[in-house]
Design a protein around this ligand. Structure first.
Ligand SMILES: [Zn+2]
Length: 245
């Protein structure tokens, strides 16, 4: 099954209404963006979670951008860890299944040292989630930026060695690994890789869907979150294209 949905749900007050509107349009996934912090209160999370469940909308979370599990400063690593765990806590109240996060930066460290530091922190976070009994996993996101940790191979290695999940924009190497969570947008590339998100071209949606149909077994659940400047409109566009192919 393939679920489509936008990145972003909006404020707590209109969230339930937005989910109802999404449902009417065929949306069955939504990623709540805690980009600048966890903005939902616990009681709101419970209510939104109930609504999403009854509407058949699968929720995920995007953790704040200020995360670096490889900072040379211990305090910054602790803060990053706390931000991820705060997302997991509210996420478990929402009934969300995944917290997507950007693991960190190389800084002045080498690639292997960076990998080992990030791996250690992720193992600790996964342990903490289990200890608290939260039914949620964290998903390290691949990056299209060359100077940022998170190449496809680095993320794949983390998935294999820590039990964390993944969020990808490239499918090939991950297809044997459980359910699949994809971020999707139109992307403009510059010299250093990904430059900015643009409206998703129809041709790219078609290409992604054909690729999924060809490569991923039907028994898997695939969640496609659109992160373009018009995530709802592009999700609806993707649903329309999906029905045709
Ligand atoms: Zn992201």
């Amino acid at each position: 099954m393939i679920r489509f949905g936008p990145a972003g749900l909006g404020g707590a007050k209109e969230a339930v209404h937005s989910l109802e509107e999404y449902h009417k349009k065929g949306i069955s996934a939504c990623e709540i963006a805690f980009t600048y912090g966890v903005y939902l209160k616990e009681e709101d999370a419970v209510e939104i979670g109930k609504a999403a469940k009854s509407l058949g909308i699968k929720l995920s979370i995007h953790a704040p951008y200020w995360i670096n599990l490889n900072s040379a400063e211990r305090r910054k690593v602790e803060e990053s860890r706390k931000r991820i765990l705060d997302c997991c806590k509210i996420g478990s109240l929402l009934g969300a299944y995944l917290v997507v996060f950007h693991p960190g930066y190389y800084g002045k460290m080498g690639k292997e040292e960076t990998y080992q530091n990030i791996k250690r922190e992720i193992i600790n976070i996964v342990k903490e989630i289990k200890k608290r009994g939260w039914k949620i996993n964290i998903a390290a996101e691949t990056t299209g930026k060359v100077n940022v940790f998170g190449s496809v191979d680095e993320i794949l290695r983390l998935v294999n060695e820590t039990g964390c999940s993944f969020c990808i924009d490239i499918l090939e190497k991950f297809k044997s690994h459980g359910d699949i969570h994809i971020h999707f947008s139109g992307i403009e590339y510059g010299e250093k890789g990904e430059k900015r998100h643009i409206i998703t071209p129809e041709s790219e949606i078609k290409e992604l869907l054909k690729n999924l149909q060809k490569n991923v077994s039907k028994s898997k659940e695939i969640t496609i979150i659109n992160e373009s400047p018009n995530p709802l409109g592009d999700s609806i566009k993707a649903i329309r294209i999906f029905k045709k192919i």
